[in-house]
Design a protein around this ligand. Structure first.
Ligand code: GLC
Ligand code: MG
Length: 257
């Protein structure tokens, strides 16, 4: 019997775990061994849809988690995982209270060059577009954020900007960080420490919400900027990219030997 409290690792998938298949294979095996001994509760926190996460277990060697947070922190799933598993209804209901998809789309309307993402990436709780063809993506992001502020809707709507391309409007109560916090409370998880890991803008809320985090070496500027903006000594900037960077960070925090 192992009485010590487990760690919680909440990791992004794309370009955090994925990107180097061999490094991911090694990390996944180490994480699975920890999970099997009750020493680790693994949460995948991703922009992907549930089905894309499940397909990745076999196709990409993505480790099998204890919980999945998908669609940029607007959906939470508990095992057993199947393509038709319903998202946690309590979280869904809470987020729908203050969010209308039509209103969310209205903050994106009329922006030159903005393209909406394909229908499968939009849900009642997430309106997403591509800004890489707009004349100035950064200016477009500012405009969208200002529209939300001018409408005094910042408590209900937030704009998440990632990788120089993706713009998501989701509930202010949502996002990866808040979804992880909700899940921990919902399951009354008691842990030794929560460590988060990511590479891009939609991971930012995890670092805002939790003290300890790993930024992989291949991270996007909006996340590496964290090093200049905050005096958060708990953030570890890995020297290695992708899964090797996550593993390096976990060693730094003492989760792996
Ligand atoms: C994933 C989602 C996409 C989102 C992006 C950034 O790629 O599929 O909808 O815009 O993550 O959050
Ligand atoms: Mg990513």
């Amino acid at each position: 019997m192992n009485n010590s409290k487990p760690w919680i690792l909440a990791s992004d998938i794309d370009n955090t775990l994925t990107g180097d298949a061999q490094a991911l294979r090694q990390l996944a095996a180490r994480l699975a061994a920890k999970q099997a001994r009750g020493m680790l509760f693994l949460i995948l926190a991703t922009g992907r849809r549930l089905e894309q996460v499940l397909n990745g277990f076999d196709a990409e060697g993505i480790p099998e988690p204890n919980a999945i947070i998908s669609q940029v922190g607007t959906e939470i799933y508990l095992p057993p995982f199947a393509p038709d598993t319903a998202p946690l209804p309590e979280w869904d209901t809470l987020l729908r209270e203050q969010f209308s998809r039509n209103r969310a789309v209205s903050f994106l309307s009329g922006i030159e060059g903005l393209e909406m993402q394909p229908a499968e990436y939009t849900t009642p709780l997430k309106a997403s577009g591509y800004l890489d063809k707009t004349p100035s993506p950064e200016a477009a992001v500012s405009l969208i954020r200002n529209r939300i502020l001018e409408a005094k809707q910042e408590d209900a709507y937030q704009a998440i900007w990632s990788s120089g391309r993706d713009l998501d409007i989701i509930p202010s109560a949502a996002g990866k960080g808040k979804a992880i916090r909700y899940l921990i409370q919902f399951l009354t998880l008691v842990s030794r420490r929560v460590v988060v890991a990511g590479d891009s803008g939609n991971d930012r809320t995890m670092f805002d919400e939790f003290e300890h985090g790993i930024v992989v070496a291949n991270a996007q500027p909006e996340l590496t900027r964290l090093g200049d903006e905050t005096l958060q000594p708990g953030i570890y900037f890995a020297k290695q990219p992708y899964a090797a960077g996550v593993e390096e960070g976990l060693r730094n925090f003492g989760l792996l030997p």
